[in-house]
Design a binder for this molecule. Structure first.
Ligand code: NDP
Length: 287
């Protein structure tokens, strides 16, 4: 008998997040959250992402400003802009769009943003808060995944979670957040021995490797929950995840599709983080 996992729709959940935010922002009565995005150079993909972020802000009533800097700006120029935004009290969140030109250190820029305005959650202070189990601003994609799993009432406590990928943007913060949900967490990467065996033990499998459709049906524990972070183009140019969706859907209990799964969560949680940053910076409401 053919069985098919529940589709965890990030697109639908992102709508829920945005409408809740819109309502919360409207209660702030004329003192909306402000997001500033610094973009260095004119990478076409970055332009598309930044445009999408601006549009999403507008929809929920968050003020957004984009600061376009030429590709030959020095690191000191960018640091100066970050400083100005750090001391601008209408700006509650600062995001530096990646990638940056090679001559600018991502780490130095990320560390220059005030931790309270670090809506990407990349500042070492926020990374420390995340692992220590403290409150802070945490990376958008993994935060969105936790939100999605909660939204669909997926039990996490005590479950074996495997994360494939150990990047600072997805894999590592995902591990910390699942640990905070009381999962037993394993992190796999390109040097992991017998990845198939590791996958077979996972009740919750989060894949962020950037390898088109690498996870096959026979790798997945029957009944597992599968979260596919990957965004890849296959040989015919189609957008696919890291999971062989149609195959794996038959054995898992729940799965995120690509597109419409994890993708929409990232911007939704950027808005959520901007709102949270404002709440932390304004403890006394004007109304
Ligand atoms: P990185 O390239 O920074 O990291 C990839 C990770 O996967 C590395 O840790 C690497 O291991 C590991 N890996 C690569 N190949 C294998 C393999 N064959 N077996 C096991 N592990 C492997 O990628 P990101 O974390 O930035 O992104 C991952 C994917 O998620 C990409 O497809 C990206 O486009 C997508 N993404 C999607 C987002 C969304 O909003 N939906 C947001 C961010 C990313 P090692 O460390 O050993 O090299």
């Amino acid at each position: 008998m053919s069985h098919s996992g529940l589709v965890l729709s990030g697109r639908k959940y992102a709508r829920v997040v945005r409408s809740s935010l819109k309502e919360r922002v409207s209660l702030l009565q004329g003192c909306p959250p402000g997001l500033a995005v610094i973009m260095v150079g004119d990478d076409p993909a970055s332009k598309v992402y930044v445009g999408a972020k601006e549009k999403a802000c507008k929809k929920v009533g968050i003020n957004s400003t984009v600061i376009n800097m030429p590709a030959d700006s020095s690191e000191a120029d960018v640091l100066r802009r970050v400083d100005e935004l750090n001391s601008d009290d209408k700006v509650h969140g600062i995001l530096v769009q990646l990638p940056l030109p090679d001559h600018i250190s991502v780490d130095r820029i990320a560390s220059a943003v005030l931790p309270e305005k670090d809506v990407d959650g990349f500042h070492p202070v926020n990374v420390g808060r995340l692992w220590r189990g403290e409150d802070g601003l945490f990376p958008c994609t993994p935060s969105g995944i936790i939100g999605l799993l909660r939204h669909y009432d997926i039990p996490m406590s005590g479950k074996n979670a495997l994360i494939v990928g150990r990047s600072n943007i997805v894999g590592k913060p995902m591990a910390a957040l699942l640990l905070r949900e009381n999962c037993t967490v394993t992190v796999a990467h390109s040097r992991t021995v017998d990845l198939i065996k590791q996958c077979g033990r996972a009740d919750i499998l989060v894949v962020a490797a950037g390898r088109a459709e690498m996870i096959k049906r026979n790798w997945v524990k029957p009944g597992a929950v599968v979260v596919d972070v990957g965004m890849n183009r296959n040989s015919s140019g189609k957008l696919v995840g890291d999971v062989d969706y149609h195959d794996v859907k038959e054995v898992c209990s729940a799965i995120t599709p690509v597109p419409g799964g994890v993708g929409p969560l990232t911007i939704a949680y950027l808005l959520e983080n901007t709102f949270k940053a404002r709440s932390k910076q304004k403890t006394i409401e004007p109304n």
